[in-house]
Ligand binder design. Structure first.
Ligand code: GLC
Length: 437
């Protein structure tokens, strides 16, 4: 399902400018046209309240506002307006591209998916952060290396790691004693236990035509020993291993133990159905742990997690996560940076870990007692290892094109319109053509 493109920023622009006029001015600093000025604005040094806008995707855990409130309490001269974006990362991406390609300054700070920094930096949407990082002595070595690298484009840091993600298997611990270790075992158990304790389904995953499908497929392809694009940038999707992975994904999606409308499932439907007690197993990101044990969950205390099952080549968890960027056209880069520092520093990440069950990118937080107590995940060594070994999606500035090709071809297989063999041939052809352009 392709996202409808809407320019959300238009309405915010209006309300913000009315507010600023009403306050008698607003920021005295003007936009630095190339965004790379050496003299950051001084808006946070005087009494004036600076208004900035932060945007990020729909937050099912409700933690973001909490982080922003904590930030505003510490920074009474910065007011942050929170603008929530859709849950679907592809829909968010398209809205940012629309707004930022027309140099809109309405959003100052925004959350970026790990797959975007290369593209966004190249398109000139992000403010380079090195001068702030150096000035404020931020040590990038304190972050998990992969997460810091994801925001580094040609040696320059454009995005700061906020939290990291890895695909996990959730299961009903009141029904299942031990998680399956292979995908074939999962298939057996899902059909055997479907229906127990009023469940309707054996397994839930993300197979709608969107980014989440690419992650789920990447996990299957890697678990069976395949790869989409190798480290030299060569397209390697047309392999027996990749075919086997896609076959296993299709077998599950076409089984009787998943919902009839599984082709519409994203993380949102997965979490809703799982927390309503409708499924034995589900694949989702770490944050579902906080929802599964939250107030509105019908399965609180009856859920455990495990690494995803193995294929022929082992267990593979897809790497996800979010970073924070400053809009290059922000009129308040200094205040924006203060927010970035808070969101991606120990305080913001800790709130995100404790209340949102989002995995920190700062290694030291895994030793923090409060973080460890808040979630069994963060005290679990296997989980921390999984985070560090998670399989990335192809890293390329044309990632959106590669992702679209995969979404289309994989959806056709899952809908029974083509075979995995046909799909890998087609993906290989289209990817090579896109790269050659
Ligand atoms: C999660 C991941 C992100 C991924 C998305 C797919 O938000 O953190 O990296 O692209 O899911 O739906």
């Amino acid at each position: 399902m392709k996202a409808i493109k809407r320019n959300l920023f238009g309405s915010v622009a209006l309300s913000l400018s009315i507010l600023l006029t009403a306050c008698g001015g607003g920021s005295e600093t003007s936009a630095d046209p190339d965004g790379q000025s050496d003299t950051p604005d001084e808006s946070t040094d005087n009494e004036e309240v600076v208004e900035i806008t932060y945007s990020s995707g729909y937050d099912a855990t409700g933690t973001i506002q909490e982080i922003l409130d904590a930030f505003m309490e510490q920074n009474p001269n910065i007011k942050v307006e929170y603008q929530e974006m859709p849950a679907d990362t592809g829909a968010q991406h398209d809205q940012y591209v629309t707004a930022l390609s027309s140099q809109s300054s309405e959003v100052d700070v925004f959350a970026v998916d790990v797959i975007w920094p290369a593209e966004f930096a190249q398109a000139g949407y992000g403010l380079e952060l090195d001068r702030f990082i150096e000035r404020d002595d931020i040590d990038m070595n304190e972050y998990f290396p992969g997460t810091a690298q994801a925001g580094n484009v040609n040696g320059r840091q454009f995005a700061m790691p906020t939290f990291t993600d890895a695909g996990l298997l959730y299961y009903r611990s009141d029904i299942i004693d031990e998680a399956p270790s292979t995908w074939d075992e999962l298939i057996e158990m899902a059909s055997e236990f479907q229906g127990v304790e009023g469940t309707d389904f054996g397994y839930l995953l993300q197979s709608n035509q969107y980014e989440g499908l690419v992650v789920n497929a990447t996990e299957f392809i890697a678990a069976y020993g395949g790869e989409v694009i190798d480290e030299n940038g060569d397209v390697t999707i047309n392999s027996p291993e990749a075919i086997k992975g896609i076959e296993k994904l299709a077998e599950i999606v076409q089984s009787d133990f998943v919902p009839g409308d599984i082709l519409r499932f994203t993380e949102v439907e997965t979490a809703n159905n799982f927390t309503q007690g409708r499924s034995i197993f589900a694949r989702n990101w770490p944050y579902m742990q906080s929802m599964a044990n939250g107030e509105e969950s019908e399965v609180a205390g009856k859920v455990d997690f495990a690494m995803l099952p193995s294929g022929d080549a082992g267990s593979a968890s897809g790497l996800g996560g979010w970073m924070t960027m400053i809009n290059r056209y922000s009129e308040n880069p200094e205040a924006a940076w203060e927010l970035v520092k808070f969101l991606t520093g120990p305080e913001g990440q800790k709130i995100n870990a404790i209340h949102g069950n989002r995995a920190p990118t700062l290694e030291a937080l895994y030793e923090d007692e409060e973080v460890r107590e808040a979630s069994s995940m963060f005290a679990n060594e296997e989980f921390v290892e999984t985070l560090q070994n998670a399989v990335p999606r192809p890293i390329t500035p044309i990632y959106p094109v590669i992702s679209d090709i995969m979404q289309i071809e994989l959806s056709r297989v899952l809908a029974g319109e083509s075979t995995p063999e046909e799909a890998v041939v087609s993906m290989e052809e289209k990817m090579n053509a896109a790269i050659a352009e």
